[in-house]
Design a protein around this ligand. Structure first.
Ligand code: FAD
Length: 555
């Protein structure tokens, strides 16, 4: 192969992955990485944990440095060096040494843009006040730590309930700060549907986080007489004023496309660089990867921006493959993600109800709350699972899982199933590893497939949690088949209680001219009840996820 000159802009997730793959494919190529910041290939996903002290040393975040990349991969890494323009006709970039201000040109045969995404800073009055920070790189984190010095007793306001905001809330709390979290939307973690995000709201509150939902910030103000705050008084739409000694802005990110735009590359409607499935931009010699690009959502077929490390790494590898003659293709971004928040973990994959509704795609949902491992082995906890699937074919469209244990396993099983195009019938049949400390002979993932299969096979029809408040007592009866103690501890208003064990003997108490909406605690006993009732000639539907989903969503 001819000796190529490959220039990469951005030396972290996508850029470093592309460079390493490129070297493995060509010993000959000149591979030059320009990185604006002082560090290359650092662990940006670890930044919140360094602030909280779970990652003790900064050096643990620095996976490589220019010297180690030279020694191992023979890469020419130039840090503190910003690429300021691209001349596509002459095939060269202009780089600026940030320490000296000196500029020079560097030619390329192929150019990869892995410029990432910048934290959003909307024009809210006072947003630039001292003590306000975003979290993107090591210098950001060092500034936060220097500002906080002695953390105990200080008050943090986190603006934005995405994963960076949530991780920062957890870590600052762990550091001993009082923490308020402010979110403009009615829920945190937008990829989750609201009833699943509600588990995170509960976890935040039970760990002492002061949560403000539906609360856009209107201003960051100087404290007035009687107020004290080192950073700002954070003013919410309803007029509340939250004192903040530090403000962390986690308001999302915007693709860094300045270079691409200025050089006339095609930009998509969402503001990311448009690439084909070989990661090639509208200029065949320029490739783009990572947070800066738009990707196809394989479920809805729409363009989307999904800033995650796994996709950026895969895309970097694919760009390098294609540059060095291997025609590998990117199949899309499914949005597989996971978050730890204090004692719970939340994972999601694929489409949620909101995105399917926007795309006009028909779907069916089941909720369930299986045990994380065999109930007879100590320590099992309930996992909240939501499976979204095609009502005709049973093909999996998305899944959301929240719980204390075993969430990572289930979301990754479902992620693999989704990407393989499996149906809920296939998921019910998957042979998964089992031993009592880890799972059950019918794993939770299998149970999810079976619950969905029961719907598709017509064994049960479902009511969703949000439909409960619209039920009509004249034509419908809510039947709670839990034990009396469970019923008395809290129930859906108007529900009739007949424990499952008594149901067969008490059928005469139920009207045949009204629809029975049956529920229990998690949906399993009520499924058994629904089967009894259906076979006895009643019209019946099961409240999927039952009392646990309904109650949590109403909180
Ligand atoms: P980046 O890794 O951001 O790298 C882009 C680099 O390009 C930057 O260092 C920038 O300085 C440089 N650059 C930009 N313009 C120029 C220029 N003109 N010249 C020279 N250099 C330039 N994802 C997950 O999947 N899981 C997680 O748990 C997770 N946690 C995260 C936590 C935090 C705090 C952050 C900030 C991100 C997290 N992410 C996580 C997202 C993940 O880090 C990104 O999706 C991934 O790093 C994107 O890779 P990238 O190469 O596109 O951009």
């Amino acid at each position: 192969m001819d000796k190529k000159s490959l220039v990469i802009v951005g030396g972290v997730a996508g850029g470093a992955s592309a460079a390493a793959r490129a070297r493995r494919l060509s010993e000959e190529a000149d591979i030059i990485i320009f990185e604006r910041g002082p560090h290359v290939s650092f662990a940006n996903c670890g930044l919140p944990y360094y602030i909280g002290g779970e990652i003790a040393r900064k050096s643990d975040l620095l996976l490589q440095n220019p010297q180690s990349l030279k020694a191992r991969f023979n890469l020419d890494v130039r840090v503190n060096a910003e690429v300021v323009s691209i001349d596509r006709t002459r095939k060269c970039v202009t780089a600026r040494e940030l320490n000296s201000g000196q500029e020079y040109e560097q030619g390329y045969d192929d150019l990869i843009l892995s410029t990432g995404a910048a934290p959003l800073k909307p024009p809210i009055p006072g947003i630039e006040r001292p003590g306000h920070f975003t979290v993107r790189n090591i210098p950001d984190v060092e500034q936060i730590m220097a500002w906080l010095k002695d953390a105990a007793g200080q008050r943090a306001v986190i603006v934005g309930g995405g994963y960076i905001g949530l991780e920062m809330a957890e870590q600052l709390r762990r550091k001993g700060l009082s923490v308020a979290l402010v979110e403009a939307l009615p829920q945190v973690m937008a990829p989750l549907d609201p009833e699943m995000a509600a588990w995170l709201h509960a976890e935040l509150r039970s760990n002492g986080i002061d949560v403000h939902l539906n609360s856009p910030v209107t201003a960051f103000e100087q404290p007035v007489a009687g107020e004290s705050a080192r950073a700002s008084m954070v003013v919410l739409k309803d007029g509340k004023r939250l004192p903040a000694d530090v403000v962390v802005l986690g308001l999302g990110v915007r693709p860094e496309t300045g270079l691409a735009k200025a050089s006339g590359l095609e930009i998509g409607s969402l503001g990311g660089i448009r690439v084909n499935d070989h990661m090639q931009t509208s200029d065949p010699c320029i490739w783009a990867v990572g947070d800066a690009i738009e990707v196809r959502d394989p479920i809805t077929g729409t363009w989307s921006i999904i800033p995650l490390a796994g996709p950026a790494n895969r895309q970097g590898r694919i760009a390098a493959d294609n540059i060095f003659g291997k025609r590998s293709r990117y199949k899309g971004t499914w949005g597989t993600s996971i978050l730890r928040l204090f004692n719970v973990t939340a994972g999601c994959i694929g489409a949620n109800e909101k995105s399917l509704q926007r795309a006009g795609i028909k779907y069916q949902v089941v909720h369930l709350h299986p045990w994380s491992h065999a109930l007879y082995y100590p320590g099992a906890t309930n996992i909240a699972m939501k499976i979204i699937f095609d009502p005709e074919t049973g093909k999996l469209l998305g899944a959301q899982v929240v719980g204390q244990e075993g969430v990572d396993k289930r979301i990754d099983v479902l992620a693999t199933a989704l990407q393989a195009g499996l149906t809920v019938y296939d998921i019910a049949e998957l042979e998964l590893a089992y031993s009592p400390p880890y799972g059950s002979a019918k794993d939770s993932a299998n149970m999810a497939g079976m619950a969905a299969e029961n719907v598709l096979n017509g064994y049960v029809q479902l009511v969703q949690w949000f439909e409960v408040e619209h039920l009509n007592p004249k034509t419908q009866v809510i039947l709670d088949v839990r034990n009396l103690e469970e019923y008395e501890a809290g129930s859906i208003p108007g529900a009739l209680n007949i424990p499952l064990g008594q149901l067969r003997k008490r059928l005469a108490e139920l009207p045949k001219d009204r629809e029975i909406i049956v529920h229990c605690q998690t949906g399993q006993r009520s499924y058994f009840a629904a089967r009894i009732l259906a076979q006895e000639g009643f019209t019946v539907r099961n409240l999927t996820g039952s009392y646990r989903t309904w109650e949590n969503a109403k909180r």
